[in-house]
Design a protein. Structure first.
Length: 125
């Protein structure tokens, strides 16, 4: 049985192939340290050692500074900080598309899309 809390309070559902909609599963949230630790121990399987070391550095930055460290805009800064240049990073890690995919697919947190209002925001009439 799964206990879920919806608008009407707690209810139990037998999950035998039926979809439970409009319900939130009540679990204690994990800390950044816990999420990063899980990924470091289990989520980097199949990744070569150099890429693992690079991604672990990103996990440490995420743990220390938060979700903004997972922004794609930070990738170039991580690469140059660790390898000195993008060219040297490419030599050590491989093609930029592979590095970018590994960074984007890092399963640490559910990345929330960020709404950024354009500077000239207007409603369409």
């Amino acid at each position: 049985m799964l206990t879920v809390r919806g608008c009407g309070g707690a209810e139990s559902y037998g999950l035998d192939g039926y979809m439970v909609s409009s319900a939130v599963v009540m679990r204690a949230p994990k800390t950044r340290e816990q999420r990063a630790g899980i990924v470091e121990q289990t989520g980097l399987a199949g990744v070569d050692r150099e890429m693992q070391a690079f991604l672990v550095g990103i996990l440490h930055a995420y743990t220390a500074h938060g979700e903004d460290e997972l922004s794609l805009t930070k990738l170039a800064a991580f690469l140059t900080a660790r390898y000195g240049s993008i060219t040297d990073a490419k030599k050590r890690l491989g093609e930029p598309s592979v590095v970018r995919a590994a960074f984007i697919n890092l399963p640490v947190a559910h990345r929330r899309p960020r709404f950024r209002r354009p500077s000239s925001f207007t409603w369409a009439s």
